[in-house]
Design a protein around this ligand. Sequence first.
Ligand code: PGA
Length: 251
Amino acid sequence: MRKNIVAGNWKMNKTLQEGIALAKDLNEALKQKTVNCDVVICTPFIHLASVAAEIDQTKLGLGAENCADKKSGAYTGEVSAAMVASTGAKYVILGHSERRQYYGETSEILKEKVTLALENNLTPIFCIGEVLAEREAGKHFEVVNTQLKEALFGLSAEDFSKIVIAYEPVWAIGTGKTASSDQAQEIHAVIRQTITEKYGKEVAENTSILYGGSCKASNAQELFAKPDVDGGLIGGAALSVEDFMGIIVAF
Ligand code: PGA
């Protein structure tokens, strides 16, 4: 059966010292508690090696927020999937709407990143989601299906099984405006159906589909109660142990 996952996305927040402190405190909090989901934090690149040394990754998984679309070489400022893996991190967020929007990441680029992540045994947390105008035009199903197909449906079933999907409506990210649990369930079911059509029922049933976008302790329980919502990708509320734990215990 698929896993329930609560993953934090720190984005461009926390200095190295602040990040280590947050990771250590979260690690401590998780030691004290039995939780019913996998917990992951995705941090800026510079935190990864130090955080890896401080946490128990059997209780708290670690990931990056991005990786390069090239293997290695003269790409100043980029960080490769192999480098991410060499820190001890096991996950990588790919295709986040902020990367698509501000850094021009297309499906073509994301395909390369997914391939390199998998080659380096990283689990991609692959983000899809529509902008407000697309939802208002009734195009949200079409948009997420296209994002899925373009970047991921070239994978073998075996490789696709290693992917975690995060549905994040762009209008809900950092806005305080959460999708309703019914809206989330509706589109998660469509995403799972699209995966079923391509890879079959078994693969689709085993794929974790997370919801992201202003998810917090006060709405997590209702969202996670939906049959096709298998957890959350959490931005703002992942920056404090109390807020993040409030979401984790929703399972
Ligand atoms: P948010 O961000 O929880 O702050 O809305 C979610 C995300 O962008 O992954």
